[in-house]
Design a protein around this ligand. Sequence first.
Ligand code: BES
Ligand code: MN
Ligand code: ZN
Length: 485
Amino acid sequence: VPLPRIEVRSSLPTANTYAVAVAAGSPIEAAAVADVQKRCGVDIKAAAKRGEFKADAGEVLAVPTVSGRAKLAIAVGLGDRSGRALRRAGAALARKSKDGEHLAVRLPGSATVDEAAAFAEGLLLGSYAPPKRTDKPREGGLQQISLVASADGAADGVARAQIVADAVARARDLAHTPSDIKSPDWLAQQAAELAEQSGLRVRVRGENELADEGFNGILAVGQGSSRPPRLVELEWAPKGAERHVVLIGKGITFDSGGLSLKPLDGMVAMKTDMAAAGAVIAAMGALKALDVRTRVTAVVPIAENLPSGTAQRPSDVIRHYGGTTVEVLNTDAEGRLVLADALAYADRELKPDVVVDLATLTGAVTLGLGRRHGGLYSNDDALAAQLVAAADDAGERLWRLPLVDDYRDSLDSTVADLRNMANPEFAYSGGSIVAALFLREFAGNRPWAHLDIAGAGRSDGEEDEVGKGPTGFGVRTLLRWLTSG
Ligand code: BES
Ligand code: MN
Ligand code: ZN
């Protein structure tokens, strides 16, 4: 379902709209009060007083009109006008207006370009509706938003917010798609189509090429499925780029656990185990439109983790890309196996300045951090700080966790270089940390960061600009980071 389009204007449109809204502080500015009065005969100032409207971030006061060019007159509070408050306000207004097609909204005359952009992002992401497979016609859904914002450059800022929000929506759509449709090849083709529309070079490796080149981790994870794995490589190479970034995203199109089968409760959500791949693919699709000046290569390993007569067994040993061997003790720790190949390939062949991988890697990361923060690991303090700041500016949250060297010996194997799951004889716990230590073995000596988004990639409920289900986490952070340096 496409997001609505935002059109930035200098005054409210004369056409009929579902709602006329003012995004407001307290008191509501006089010009806004007059606008609403003129457009739909509602004294929003009096209504605000009666309703004890305090203009807290996301507070909504909706007044049905008797006549006029809108069904509803709305005031939405902007709170302290921080990015977070503005996104919350935009999302709250979008939810209130979801039964209409066209919304007209006025920002305060003093709103800056960044404020308009954050509010617009909230409006767009709060309008997101997941794709639904049904023959019945879809009802409602905002299609158009007329946003009155007078700052110089507001239209440009809002256009960029639209590009980012469209990318987030694409990532959410991919993660929502059920795995009966979403085979590895399907996801690879989605990436390839997007790449063609957005000025990227694309290469998709099939199982023969994966075997020829030694991507044996990706093959091992995918060998239990009748739908073979893929490796997608996308490249954005603008002229004059001085820095080369590699992005890696875990693309497990369904994670049953393999022969180390997951219990029912843990398996249902596992169509979203490619959320990181979706985030990376969707972010790549926005680089051209955002005029990113950095060379960026995405490496996306895609496989379906199923049990069958051809599945890998616990105790099998994989020789990964680049030669490191791994004893597979738990086929449900499959994400690190596909990432190992991708990281080693990036290090050895692409030789980038920076590598960032994203993965729905461990349930353990949610134990400490919950669902709102992604876990961040890095061997480079400056990179870690950049990513935390980018996430914060973009409305996502990352929290840096330590790569505890002391835990590394729990990954020693007697039959291979490494084991894919901590030896239970070492009572370290810290499953997300141990997984990050495993990945570090493949990242080489380059500045590298790993985002464990198993928690943040999905939401249990509606909260501000994030809805229930896949969140598109990572898209906003990556795009903020890549456009700010
Ligand atoms: N895809 C899961 C991690 C996950 C769990 C994502 C919950 C989202 C929500 C991953 O492949 C997995 O199964 N990890 C195991 C690792 C363990 C076997 C070492 C886990 O977290 O239990
Ligand atoms: Mn798993
Ligand atoms: Zn997984």
